[in-house]
Design a protein around this ligand. Structure first.
Ligand code: ZN
Length: 254
C-alpha cells in the first residue's frame, strides 16, 4: 500500500452521524492519502459504531469510552464493552473532565469517578487514552500523576505554557488541530512542546471558522495541519511527517 510515511489523525469522531453517509468516501480518502485515524467515541452507541468501523478497515484505530458530556448516562454498559473488547481496541477515549457539562458538585463528582474508572481500565489493559481537558487541565494532570497509564494524549491542548511544561514532565502527548492553522496562541504552544510529543488531529465533525469556512472537519485537513506546523517549527514537511509518524506509533504503542 503506502510506500510513503503514514499520517495519523490522532482524534476524530468517525462514528458521528455527520459522517454516516460518507464512510466509504472517507475510507478511500484515507487509503489515497495514507492516513490512519484514532477514532474516539462518546458513549455506548458510538463505541459500538467505532468497533464496527474498526472491523471494516485497519486504517481505523478504535478508541472506545465515555466522554465527560455523557458521564451522567448509563456507564456500566461501556465499562463492560471496554472489558470485553480490550484486545480489539487501540485505546480508551474520549474521556476526561469538563464542568460545562455538569450542573452540580454531585454531577461533577460522578464525571470524575467515570474518568478515574476508565483510567483504571487503561492501566489494567495497558492502553493509550485520549483526554478531553477543557478548563480542567490542572485537575487532570493531578489525577494522572497517580495512575500508570502507558500513554496519554491531551487532545486539543489549550493550556498555558506552564501547564504545557507540566504535561511534558508527565510525558503526555499534545495534539494540535485546525485551530493551530489560524491561531497564533496555538502556534506558540506548538513551538514550546517537546518535538517527540506532538500529534495532529481534526476533532471532526467539529466545524472550524476562518479558512475552514465552518465546514465539518474532514480527515483530509491533516496534511494542511502538518504543513502549517512545519512552517511554525521551521522544519520541512517530509521531515515533520516522519516525526509525527514516529510520535503517533509511540503513542499507540505500535
Ligand atoms: Zn473530540
Amino acid at each position: 500500500m503506502c510506500s510513503m510515511t503514514w499520517l495519523y489523525d490522532s482524534h476524530i469522531h468517525l462514528s458521528d452521524t455527520e459522517y454516516e453517509h460518507d464512510i466509504p468516501l472517507i475510507m478511500n480518502c484515507m487509503k489515497r492519502l495514507c492516513i490512519k485515524a484514532c477514532c474516539v467515541s462518546m458513549d455506548y452507541s458510538s463505541s459500538i459504531k467505532t468497533l464496527e468501523l474498526g472491523k471494516q478497515s485497519d486504517l481505523v484505530l478504535p478508541f472506545i469510552g465515555i466522554h465527560p458530556e455523557k458521564a451522567q448516562d448509563d456507564t456500566e454498559s461501556v465499562f463492560k464493552l471496554i472489558d470485553e473488547n480490550n484486545e480489539k481496541i487501540s485505546g480508551i477515549g474520549e474521556i476526561g473532565l469538563d464542568s460545562t457539562y455538569t450542573n452540580s458538585d454531585e454531577e461533577f463528582g460522578k464525571q470524575e469517578e467515570v474518568f478515574k474508572t476508565q483510567l483504571s481500565y487503561a492501566e489494567k489493559f495497558g492502553k493509550p487514552v485520549s483526554i478531553h481537558s477543557r478548563k480542567t487541565l490542572d485537575q487532570i494532570l493531578e489525577i494522572l500523576s497517580s495512575y500508570k497509564v502507558p500513554s496519554v494524549l491531551l487532545h486539543w491542548f489549550d493550556g498555558s505554557k506552564k501547564q504545557l511544561q507540566k504535561a511534558m514532565d508527565l510525558d503526555c502527548y499534545v495534539s494540535f488541530g485546525p485551530v493551530m492553522v489560524y491561531s497564533k496562541d496555538k502556534q506558540v504552544l506548538l513551538s514550546k512542546a517537546n518535538k517527540d510529543k506532538i500529534l495532529v488531529e481534526t476533532d471532526g465533525p467539529v466545524r472550524f471558522s476562518r479558512c475552514f469556512e465552518n465546514k465539518t472537519a474532514q480527515i483530509d485537513f491533516i496534511p494542511s495541519i502538518v504543513f502549517c506546523a512545519s512552517k511554525v517549527l521551521h522544519v520541512n514537511y517530509d521531515e515533520l511527517c516522519d516525526v509525527i509518524e514516529q510520535n503517533s506509533k509511540r503513542f499507540l504503542m505500535l
